[in-house]
Design a protein around this ligand. Structure first.
Ligand code: CU
Length: 179
């Protein structure tokens, strides 16, 4: 803002340029927040993510995997001890592995959210607790673009509504203070 504001007295004169500044600063901060603040995962274009997973009584390792929405997920599962299974809630992905063998599944993580995976072959006493979690983060690149457009649109609308454009010569100070 380069234009100098005429000096005036009274509460209104104090308030108005300040309000304008506050609004602009808020808008700038919001834009920075949308663009720069790290969201759950780094923004990235859909990619292929490979995981090597081991199943044994009574756990999966790793027991949490993270991807971004739209990623192609390839999981290779081996069984260390006995026969184990793998079933992914929400996606219906499943496989079964014999001891010492491995199996691979591939799917596109097109739904965001958290999805349990569990052993699907009864493998012993603690079998029901043999669980893991797939975390599919939102598509942040797309999300940021939408959020940025939204913030800018709202900001410009509010700004123009509060401070309508005027001709260069016209006074910018009087209109708003009247009821
Ligand atoms: Cu099991």
């Amino acid at each position: 803002m380069t234009d100098s504001v005429p000096k005036r007295s009274g509460l209104n004169s104090l308030f108005q340029p300040r309000a304008k500044g506050v609004l602009l600063v808020s808008l700038a901060l919001l834009i920075i927040a949308v663009v720069a603040v790290p969201w759950p995962l780094q923004p990235s274009a859909p990619t292929t993510r490979r995981f090597t997973m081991v199943s044994r009584q009574f756990e999966f390792e790793p027991n949490t995997i993270q991807v971004n929405q739209g990623d192609t997920v390839i999981i290779t599962l081996t069984a260390d001890d006995v026969v184990h299974g793998f079933f992914l809630d929400g996606y219906g992905v499943k496989m079964r592995v014999e001891p010492g063998q491995s199996q691979t599944v591939q799917f596109v993580a097109d739904k965001s959210g958290k999805f349990r995976y569990r052993c699907s072959v009864s493998c012993g006493t603690m079998h029901p607790f043999m669980l893991g979690e797939l975390v599919v983060g939102p598509n942040t690149t797309f999300g940021r673009a939408v959020a940025l457009i939204g913030v800018v649109a709202i900001g410009v609308t509010v700004y123009l509504w509060k401070f309508p454009l005027r001709e260069p010569g016209e006074s910018t100070t009087e209109v708003r203070s009247k009821k």
